[in-house]
Write a protein that binds this ligand. Sequence first.
Ligand code: ZN
Length: 134
Amino acid sequence: MKIDVKTSGRTQMIDITSKIRQVIRESGVKDGLVHIFSLHTTAAVTINENADPAVETDILKTINKVVPWDDHFEHMEGNSAAHIKVSLFGPSETVPIENGAMVLGTWQSVFFCEFDGPRNRRVNIQIIPTQVPA
Ligand code: ZN
């Protein structure tokens, strides 16, 4: 299924963990994998720290330094920086599900990464149940 994510800045990390938890709950799947996939060429998905918002700030600060918005790119749309960032971060993450819950470390959350916002975005959530031995 797909979830909607509304972004409000050009570069932004949005914690979508609770939205994914809801999809898993509604699926009734107890054991398996959840695949979280951005349906965009200028927005990514990553897993990182949820406790200190300064971590997000530092990640975005660094990626914006590594890939500046304007660097004499050739792509006519003018958003090459966003395309490059998505290829560095990757469009998806996969998280194990045990007893109906995502297996995440204490400080881990799943973040949607906007690199050419603000926009209305969609993320595909695919839940793959695993065979439980009888
Ligand atoms: Zn483009």
